[in-house]
Design a protein around this ligand. Structure first.
Ligand code: FBP
Length: 262
């Protein structure tokens, strides 16, 4: 097992994952305002920015597009996923094996666990297989730790996000990707609950440059190690401008104001 800090998806202890699995998770609706981004090559181009430590995609996108980018982009293969067409209790189908992810050139694995769902038991058992196979291949596992389900009315309240990070630590994730719990203090507690495991914030729907960078600044101040972001980067007309600023906030510890001023 290689230390997570030696993984190619980590730069100076930090992580910036560019996620583009939305075509599966949300459907083409996320591309309505940016139809050119339906071509995954456009987002792989964005992922060549130095700030990005890995791009997260599903198997089909990796098969079709990663070969052209394997020298410039680190691959995080998302092993499970669900479409918005699914109307049942939160669940996520395992659609790729770890062996095949390794064959495709993955540098890390991604796996969603919906703690609190009526399907939690099966999802955690599936995560066990993926995490242990990842260890055999020296591939770290990033958990999309998203508590949700019938019994959970608010999936971003502080106690839920702290539970999400702790759950990921206890199950052996190397990085937990969680939603922002609404304040720096709540994020700091979620980071404390994660022990020495890295916590990164999930991006969410697109906001203004300043609003997004200010939240990232708060999250970094809270001890998180970066971001796993999709729409807030690739739905922008000029993703490079935001990535330049994110590079300063995440790796250089600058404030949102300073990063946007330059
Ligand atoms: P965003 O930054 O666009 O929110 O992407 C992060 C992500 O986790 C994606 O990997 C995934 O497709 C999406 O959010 C799922 O979000 P949700 O389940 O909340 O709709």
């Amino acid at each position: 097992m290689i230390p997570i800090d030696d993984s190619p998806i980590v730069r100076d202890g930090k992580v910036l994952i560019l996620a583009m699995d939305h075509g599966l998770e949300h459907g083409p609706v996320d591309f309505e305002d940016v139809p050119e981004k339906l071509d995954p090559s456009t987002v792989f181009e964005t992922a060549t920015h130095d700030a990005v430590t890995a791009m997260a995609v599903q198997k089909g996108i990796a098969e079709g597009y990663y070969p052209s980018y394997e020298d410039d982009v680190n691959l995080l293969l998302k092993i499970n996923g669900t479409s918005n067409l699914w109307m049942g209790e939160p669940d996520s189908a395992v659609n790729c094996s770890v062996d095949y992810a390794a064959e495709l050139g993955a540098d890390a694995l991604g796996f969603t666990v919906y703690g609190g769902s009526n399907n939690e038991i099966e999802m955690v058992e599936e995560f066990r297989d993926v995490q242990e196979a990842g260890r055999e291949h020296d591939l770290p596992t990033v958990m999309w730790s998203y508590p949700r389900g019938q019994g959970l009315k608010n999936d971003t309240k502080p106690s839920t996000i702290s539970y999400a990070t702790r759950l990921a630590l206890e199950l052996g994730a190397d990085v937990a990707k969680v939603k922002y719990p609404g304040s720096k203090e709540a994020m700091a507690h979620a980071v404390d609950c994660a022990g020495d495991m890295k916590v990164v914030m999930s991006g969410g729907s697109k906001t203004s440059d300043y609003e997004f960078l200010s939240t990232v600044e708060a999250v970094m101040d809270a001890g998180a190690k970066g971001l796993a972001v999709g729409r807030n980067v690739w739905q922008r007309e000029d993703p490079t401008h935001l990535l330049d600023a994110l590079e300063k906030v995440i790796y250089e510890g600058e404030t949102a104001d300073a990063a946007l001023d330059e």
